[in-house]
Write a protein that binds this ligand. Structure first.
Ligand SMILES: Nc1ncnc2c1ncn2[C@@H]1O[C@H](COP(=O)(O)OP(=O)(O)OP(=O)(O)O)[C@@H](O)[C@H]1O
Ligand SMILES: [Mg+2]
Length: 241
């Protein structure tokens, strides 16, 4: 009986610790763009800087970053309330993936990366097409950001016996071993993201995981045979009728 209460107290304490960490990480993340904005506003007030396109552009970037953060956070909290999938219905994963690849292709070409697709058609399943599209967009934007040119990225989509699959492989660099196991953690950022000017906040893959799991699926990461990262998403077919 006492053991039982101790275990319960421990698990409550762990949950509370996780909650505190989440709030602390979130406020830390919000502070960065806010500090940038405050510095610019003060410089304008003091007359140290003029409202030229460069200053206004930097302020706009900070606002864009804040806006994105807030919408990412809202998405992650919706998942907690089990309300992440708003619009589930019959959809074709092949079409969703092809559309995402088409809209990403120009950016890849401009970055000196080759985007290859191997998409079996059609791959019918029941899902929230908008949200699954968002997962694929996030994965493609990571591949674009964290693959050195000249390099290549390969997306495959196929229908398995009991589930639909999508994999994404890219060439070097790959996340470090330490990073690999924490890739889907909220706010986890690898070296590449922390040191780059346009690095993200480390919520992209946490959001992918939340969306995929809300569909009853799985998403995993491993080193790719191509030298970079291998991501695999498995989605159950669900009721497509
Ligand atoms: N294709 C990839 N190749 C190498 N490393 C990757 C790749 N995708 C993600 N990573 C590493 O995983 C980390 C977490 O990715 P995630 O998408 O969650 O966050 P982010 O890209 O840093 O920020 P956000 O997506 O919120 O803008 C990245 O910071 C990066 O270090
Ligand atoms: Mg990302």
């Amino acid at each position: 009986m006492i053991d039982h209460y101790n275990a319960l107290a421990e698990s409550l304490e762990a949950a509370e610790r996780a909650q505190r960490q989440w709030v602390s990480d979130t406020s830390h993340e919000l502070q960065t763009p806010l500090a940038v904005l405050r510095a610019h506003i003060e410089a304008l007030q003091d007359g140290v800087r003029r409202a030229d396109p460069q200053t206004l552009g930097a302020m706009e970037d900070a606002v864009a970053r804040l806006t994105r953060l807030v919408s990412d956070l809202r998405l992650l909290s919706a998942w907690r309330e089990d309300s992440l999938i708003a619009d589930r219905g019959p959809a074709d994963l092949a079409r969703i993936a092809q559309a995402a690849a088409n809209s990403a292709s120009e950016g890849f070409a401009a970055a000196g990366l080759e985007l290859v697709t191997e998409i079996a058609k059609p791959v019918q399943l029941s899902c929230d097409a908008g949200r699954i599209g968002q997962v694929i967009d996030n994965l493609l934007s990571n591949a674009l950001r964290y693959t050195d040119p000249p390099g290549s990225v390969k997306m495959r989509v196929w229908a398995g016996d009991s589930a639909a699959y999508l994999t994404l492989d890219d060439t070097a660099p790959a996340p470090s071993d330490a990073s690999m196991s924490r890739l889907f953690d909220r706010f986890h950022r690898g070296e590449a993201s922390r040191s780059r000017a346009k690095g993200g906040s480390g919520l992209g893959l946490a959001i992918c995981k939340a969306i995929v799991e809300a569909h009853g699926g799985q998403i995993t990461a491993a080193p790719s045979r191509m030298g970079g990262l291998h991501i695999r998403m498995t989605l159950p077919y669900g009721e497509t009728a």
